[in-house]
Design a protein around this ligand. Structure first.
Ligand SMILES: [Zn+2]
Length: 90
């Protein structure tokens, strides 16, 4: 789970809301992510929110590296779906 983009706390946890939904919330600064009907979705929405907010944080960079590795792997295995400046012989 992504650390809090405001205060950097790792103690973000999922809490149940008064109307039976779930939110990921930071106990340190009080920031909360979007509400969701299930805890797993609340976590996913929190991660999406955070990755948009802190583009330079370690977590985001790890995701970028992971994505680049995946693309590299696809290139090496000859997958034509990857568009990374592929050169066609016309
Ligand atoms: Zn926080």
């Amino acid at each position: 789970m992504h650390p809090c983009p405001y205060c950097g706390s790792d103690e973000v946890s999922v809490e149940e809301t008064e109307i039976g939904g779930y939110v990921a919330a930071c106990p340190c600064c009080g920031m909360a992510g979007p509400e969701a009907p299930y805890a797993t979705i609340a976590v996913r929405r929190w991660n999406v929110l955070c990755s948009k907010m802190c583009r330079n944080c370690k977590y985001h960079l790890l995701m970028v590296v992971k994505d680049l590795r995946r693309q590299l792997h696809e290139l090496e295995s000859g997958n034509d779906d990857v568009e990374l400046g592929r050169v066609d012989d016309a």
